[in-house]
Design a protein around this ligand. Structure first.
Ligand code: TRP
Ligand code: ZN
Length: 858
């Protein structure tokens, strides 16, 4: 462990870097256990006065330091576990050479230079570069990179870095040496290096100006047949960015490498994107429809960063949302255009509500522009990413999408090659809209999901209904909202649509009554979630049902139906008995035979999961919720068995290709199967086994497996074994197999204990850790079990991960956030576990920050 400086970084303390290194010549002498790295920087003073020069460096074995070729005297610098300090640099401009050793094979943190499978690779965002070589490792220091990689040509036949290949030589002794140069300035976090035994696959893209760009995807041997979907996705993304924003790729080569051991999804290193293998590799046999969609979205996301993030980058890490919120918004828009906008929006809003809303109401709550952090790795959050994207979407609502396109182009040309803050982005948007947007910036400073209350009153004098909206939250940061609303009559006919901008904390909407007797119109607010808010509006069951059937906005229609379901839970919990369910059945009945898009219909029919229900109704008695949920599902099943059988049969023969039609059929068929499996007679379980055996697409196999496990079928062991026999050689598919066995139901902690001894489980591989430990910790029935066994198990694994991979340890600990809301002894039991984590002798900076934050809420 490195000695961790636990300093807090505060936004208000931000100062530009006093020294810059505008260019660097890097040299790597590769070896799995002992790699020598040398950097030669051009150093220039950028402050008015000469200040001490500090180079970051962690877990490095220092070798030498020179200025203008002369070795420094030991009293001219100080080496510490966090870097090198040169108190009195001799001049304003000089050449600085540093040299150090690292051990890539011993680096399990997956940050810096590390070994994964048959390759060495890097991960430097946000502060991994300092684990490779001493450097001014901050995004406001931009460099031109020249990189020489040298090593054993048989161990490392492929050697990659950013930009353009300049030369390649193999020497008589088997040594190989390649040189790469990146013509674009970039901060250290965008640097990448990959070396190893990889298979190269190739394609090309013709840009709008007629340049041919070579596209390459590098994979480990055996995976070369699984790249065609990734190539197609990349070409679609490149074309879309040209068509939508006029943005063209700026190098002649674009490379992607699929990496097995990777902490997150993917990384946008200039010209050399690194990907978690599960977000590149896919074929119809081994990938689900969801994983195809994830690949499309993430390939696009990383590609889009080339402009939003790389060409225009960040001044400091507080502004992470400037590139992430914006790029998520861009990839969401892309997927809306490539698939179905309503379905995509439903997925994004569901994700926001299930993960970001709780984060924002819990101990980890922070504004999208965090004001302070100890460890930046902990702030790659759903708030920075997904709420950040919602704020950008809000900007596009406020100024219109055409202005937004102009504004983005304006922003990118005005700040090309610079590191900026959200202010430069917002002011660019205001410039093209030719007006300022009051309160918009406060979205960057206020944490928590705004709660908008709606009070309705009837005014007899004018025969009007008056709707008073109020932002009930903090007035320290008044906001601006886009409220897209629609008015319906009691038959559900659309009377009026309007987009209102609410600046500040209230708005009043007056609508004429529907007739002389003062009948109230039905209003749908914040359609498609036009602002990231929670709504507190008590509408009658009748009104909600009309919206669930008749809303012309598919997204709001979907969420109206969900509200009917959540209201039933609320009422049933309050009365302690199952309340009348007929409105829900009637609404479902109405949805059959309407000819809806199949994917849309399958979403509409999908019954909300336990976590979603508990968050929506604010109840954390999971066993109670689970019992109610089961009864509700069974009611739906028994009422509509023939309809589900028909849906199943009609959509049975699907062709294993990624078209809208076939994806829709698979989804709808699987949804039908889910309900059929809840038939108390259990007579459909054989159907699921047959489905699994005869499946032509992974979505079919996985659904059968998951549902049989979820209903705790007698067939579940057969299903688990069948799946394993077939897929034991495919590590990515086994991730799904591990996850499915612990993701639902009680007492899955014991199952996880057995599975972690499985020869294919590996705690060093983040995908396996996510499949097993994260899935278990997201299964409320097992994790929040009253005896505390879920907490004990996960806390113990967090302690192990602290030694191996602190980022994963910290991320897993975040799943303890909701413990303060649990009943009985649970908060106390969790506290005990968290305290024992906090007292670990080698507590990492990552884990320390999270565990203390959660403990403070207990
Ligand atoms: N910038 C990456 C993205 O596109 C995310 C990222 C940050 C990341 N840190 C990482 C990816 C560490 C992998 C490993 O969102
Ligand atoms: Zn990103």
């Amino acid at each position: 462990m490195t000695s961790s400086s636990s300093a807090i970084h505060k936004l208000e303390d931000y100062k530009p870097t006093p020294w810059l290194t505008p260019s660097v010549d890097l040299r790597f002498d590769l070896d799995l256990h002992l790699t020598v790295v040398r950097a030669e920087y051009e150093v220039v003073l950028s402050a008015n006065q000469r200040e001490p020069l500090f180079l970051n460096g962690e877990s490095l074995d220092f070798l030498s330091i020179r200025i203008d070729g002369t070795i420094l005297d030991p009293n001219e610098y100080q080496v510490s576990p966090v870097g090198i300090l040169i108190p009195n640099p001799p001049k304003d401009k000089f050449k600085l050479s540093v040299e150090n050793r690292i051990n890539p094979a011993g680096n399990t943190s997956l940050e810096g230079l590390y070994k994964s499978g048959s390759m060495l690779c890097t991960q430097n965002e946000p502060e991994g570069f300092r684990k490779i070589v001493y450097s001014i490792d901050r995004p406001d220091n931009m460099m031109r990179f020249r990189v020489t990689i040298s090593g054993d040509g048989t161990l490392f036949p492929i050697m990659l870095s950013n930009g353009n290949p300049i030369s390649e030589n193999t020497f008589a002794d088997g040594k190989k040496e390649v040189v790469w140069e990146d013509p674009y300035l970039k901060p250290s976090y965008l640097f990448a290096l990959v070396a190893g035994e990889l298979v190269e696959t190739k394609d090309f893209f013709l840009t709008m100006s007629g340049r041919e760009v070579t596209l390459k995807i590098f994979v480990e041997k055996g995976n070369e047949e699984k790249v065609s979907f990734a190539f197609d996705s990349l070409k679609k993304a490149m074309k879309w960015d040209e068509d939508t924003f006029g943005l063209e790729y700026d190098l002649d080569l674009f490379m992607i490498v699929a990496v097995e051991d990777f902490n997150m999804g993917a990384m946008e290193n200039k010209g050399l994107n690194l990907f978690n293998a599960k977000l590149v590799l896919a074929d119809k046999k081994s990938a689900t429809d969801e994983s195809f969609e994830a690949i499309l979205a993430v390939i696009a996301h990383e590609y889009f960063h080339n402009w939003t993030g790389n060409r225009v980058t960040l001044r400091n890490w507080f502004n992470l949302t400037l590139k992430e919120g914006l790029t998520v918004f861009r990839d969401q828009w892309f997927t809306e255009d490539m698939t179905d906008p309503a379905v995509k929006r439903i997925k994004d809003v569901l994700f926001l509500k299930e993960f970001q809303f709780p984060e924002d109401q819990g101990p980890m709550s922070h504004p999208i522009l965090p004001k302070s952090y100890k460890e930046m790795n902990n702030f790659y959050t759903v708030t920075v990413y997904e709420k950040g994207a919602e704020v950008i979407r809000l900007v596009s609502e406020l100024i219109g999408r055409e202005n937004f396109k102009k504004g983005l182009k304006h922003y990118l040309s005005k700040y090309d090659g610079q590191g900026v803050t959200f202010e430069e982005f917002i002011s660019s948007m205001e410039e093209v809209a030719s007006h300022s947007i009051p309160n918009l910036r406060n979205w960057y400073h206020r944490s928590g999901t705004p709660l908008i209350s709606v009070k309705e009153t009837y005014s007899q004098d004018s025969n009007e209904w008056v709707f008073d909206l109020a932002d009930t939250g903090s007035s320290e940061y008044p906001l601006v909202f886009s409220n897209s609303l629609a008015v319906f009559n009691r038959e559900g006919s659309l009377l009026k649509e309007e987009r209102r901008i609410m600046t500040g904390d209230r708005d009043q909407i007056r609508l004429p009554a529907l007739d002389e007797t003062g009948t109230k119109p039905i209003v749908s607010f914040f359609r498609s979630l036009s602002s990231p808010v929670r709504l507190e509006y008590k509408q009658s069951e009748e009104e909600i049902q009309i919206l669930a059937k008749m809303e012309t906005d598919g997204v709001s229609k979907f969420f109206a139906f969900q509200n009917l379901v959540f209201d039933w839970f609320r009422k049933s919990l309050a009365s302690g008995k199952e309340e009348n369910f007929s409105v829900i059945l009637d609404t479902i009945s109405d949805s059959f035979g309407k000819g809806w898009d199949k994917t849309y219909h399958s979403f509409y029919l999908s019954f909300p999961g336990l976590t979603q229900i508990s968050e929506s109704v604010g109840c954390y008695e999971f066993q109670k919720l689970s019992d109610l949920r089961l009864k509700a599902i069974q009611k739906i099943t028994t009422t509509f068995t023939p309809q589900f059988q028909t849906l199943f049969e009609e959509n049975r023969k699907t062709i294993p290709i990624q078209t809208k039609e076939e994806i829709g059929k698979r989804r709808l068929k699987n949804t039908a199967l889910f309900y059929l499996l809840h038939d108390p007679s259990k007579k459909f379980e054989r159907l699921a086994m047959m489905e699994q055996r005869e499946a032509k697409h992974m979505s079919e196999e996985v659904s059968a497996l998951k549902y049989l496990l979820e209903v705790d079928s007698k067939e579940k062991e057969n299903s688990v074994n069948l799946f394993f026999e077939k897929w034991q050689k495919d590590s990515l598919v086994l991730d799904v197999w591990f996850a499915a066995q612990v993701a639902s139901g009680e007492n899955r902690t014991q199952v996880a204990e057995e599975l972690e001894n499985h020869p294919q489980f590996n705690i060093r591989n983040p995908n396996k850790v996510r499949s097993l430990y994260f899935s278990l910790a997201r299964n409320p029935l097992s994790f929040h079990k009253e005896d505390g066994s879920g907490y004990d198990f996960i806390a113990d694994r967090i302690k192990r991960l602290n030694e191996i991979n602190p980022q994963m340890a910290a991320a897993l600990t975040k799943l303890f956030s909701p413990v303060s809301k649990q009943k009985g002894e649970l908060p106390k039991l969790a506290k005990k576990q968290l305290e024992s984590i906090a007292s670990l002798p080698n507590l990492s900076k990552e884990l320390g920050e999270i565990v203390v934050t959660i403990l403070n809420s207990l």
